[in-house]
Design a protein around this ligand. Sequence first.
Ligand code: TPP
Ligand code: MG
Length: 328
Amino acid sequence: MKTLKKSGLSKEEMIQAYREVLRGRRLDERLWQLTRIGKTSFNISGQGAEVAQVAMAMAFDPKKDYFLPYYRDMTACLVWGMTSKDVLLGSFGKEADPSSHGRQMPNHYGSKEHNIVSFSSTVSTQMPLATGVAYSAQLEKSDFVTLTTTGEGSANQGEVQEAMNFAGVKKLPVIFVVENNDYAISVPIKEQYANEKMSDRAHGYGFEGITVDGNDFTEVYLTFKKAVEDARSGKGPKLIELMVSRLTSHSADDDQNVYRSKEEIEEMKKHDPLDTFEKQLIDEGYLSKEEIEKMDEEVRAEVDKATDEAEAMPDPLASSLLEQVYAK
Ligand SMILES: Cc1ncc(C[n+]2csc(CCOP(=O)(O)OP(=O)(O)O)c2C)c(N)n1
Ligand SMILES: [Mg+2]
């Protein structure tokens, strides 16, 4: 694993990165609690992918770059500019929810203000849309880069091949990401695809594919930094496969103990990226254990406040159901 120093980020930026990882974890824990006590209807979580998502998102310029995420990308969306309260408004289905004004399922992130394009529950349909957004950058001679993500099971959908093929032909400024967490709901990777690495598929479309350990902050950050520079300077797309874990069940609607062994789950939890990142920060002198504990208290307080504020907001009115669905 590369040292954090090798990332080239300043001490302040690295501490901010950790705060985002911690926020992603604590906020997701809150979303699970709310689902379990019946205050919200659903959660699907990115626990185990937070370090990879923060390192990925920090390589972009959210002020101009576009993000077409998938449902596990909450932490990346926070780095892109969404707030804990924005996420909670979506989970509570409130009118002020920036993703869909409470019309969509929770975890379907979108924000016009932050260049985050909302997506469909039909997996991977964001991929051809991302190719289209990147094509618009090329046609308009704008230098923004488009990022889109999906899971390794969803990467087998036909439209992913169409999206990558056209992006390769036109050398579009788009970065395709597969967050490979070993499972598509209950189906393990050996039953999902036969090639050794998902990223090898990129060669068939005429661009580079890279597989990265999603627990290695520096490696992920530097890989994306180079990919963003290449895309911005007209060198075309990349496919980046992030090897991450899915620490939780697929969603609030299943129990992974049914299809994963106790030993497998315990082994995975020993490599929780939050713990690895914390240890690196302490060992390399960025933060002390006490500073981490203090930051954790601050983040928990922020999540509590955001929960109370979001819960107190008004629900959508039944009479306005058909508003906010189509652009006028
Ligand atoms: C076209 C389509 N088929 C099936 C589903 C149901 N579904 C939702 S998520 C999912 C598994 C996706 O697994 P993966 O792509 O590995 O992503 P992960 O959830 O593991 O991050 C499935 C089958 C769907 N939403 N859309
Ligand atoms: Mg998966």
